[in-house]
Ligand binder design. Sequence first.
Ligand code: DAH
Length: 356
Amino acid sequence: MSAETGSTEPSENAAVSDLLASFLSETDSLCTAAKTAIAAASDGSMLEKARIEFLGARSGRLKAMTQLLSGLTAVDRPAGGKQFNEAKATITALFSAARERIAAAQTKDGLAVVDAIDVTLPGERVRIGHVHPLTQTIRRVQEIMSRLGFESVDGPEVEDQWHNFEALAIGAEHPARDPLDNFYLAVAQGTEPLLLRSQTSTVQIRVMEKRRPPLRIVSLGRVYRPDTADATHYPMFHQVEGLLIEPGTTMAHLKSVLHFFASSFLGGDVRVRFRPSFFPFTEPSVEVDMEWDGRWIEMGGAGMVDPAVLESVGYDPDAVSGFAFGLGVERIAARRYGVADIRDFYRNDVRFLEQF
Ligand code: DAH
């Protein structure tokens, strides 16, 4: 017999007992009935009902057949048993196939439901983020300076001593090079010391080494110093570096550029004030103050690029001159947005950041 159809091949032995004959035909019709029921099952519960009817362990119809099987004579039992086993295998296989068919159809239906958009339901609110206030400040500074022809450039945050100190005329004995005031990196013995840059003035050197005057650049980025964090200090902060190298440059040009910057950034006519100071890489050097709501705020340092610096990058100090300035980004951002504690810029508390 074929397991597919459950049909019985004509027996070579014509003398099939009546009992066996009825067992075989009953097995056949059971197979046919199971096939019909399984094919008709269109969902899981219909299929489960059919499973219990035919394959149920206690009162399933196949189970009932085993009783008939044991009623056969010892001669008939092998033929009956063979047929019974084949019928059971056929029905079990049909069930597995039907189960897969129904599962596949359900997945398809499930997707169909998800795909259908009920336009009457309230939408899901999308939380739209925005640019961090420090990045906003950096972009604004870049934009304002670009109007004066200053190109925005980047430099590396890991620096060597030449770019962070020596080329800027900060000699070996200068306290600014103290390991306690810098983040020196652990490097292999005998190799050149490296550090996280402590100022963006490094970028002045990097640009001048590669280009010839005239130059107008700004560079905004992170700098690192081992300061204890408080309302106005943090071991990492940002600076704006500006450099202009052009024949005939004077302190008056420096002041008008900073005045233009301060007025554009804050709005209105902002007063800028210079106080004499000292930086190894500028001569003369000044501290730059800006008047903010009737108060003078120190914004950074500036000056005329020292001839020694021009020489260190291979420029002729008799032929070119220029100015440089360095301002604190957190400082101008904190002023502009009324932030009392610069640590708030780094905490990434959405309730703070959302306000800008
Ligand atoms: N690099 C200085 C600092 O970090 C700031 C500075 C002062 C930058 C004078 C300059 C400058 O370009 O001319 O304190």
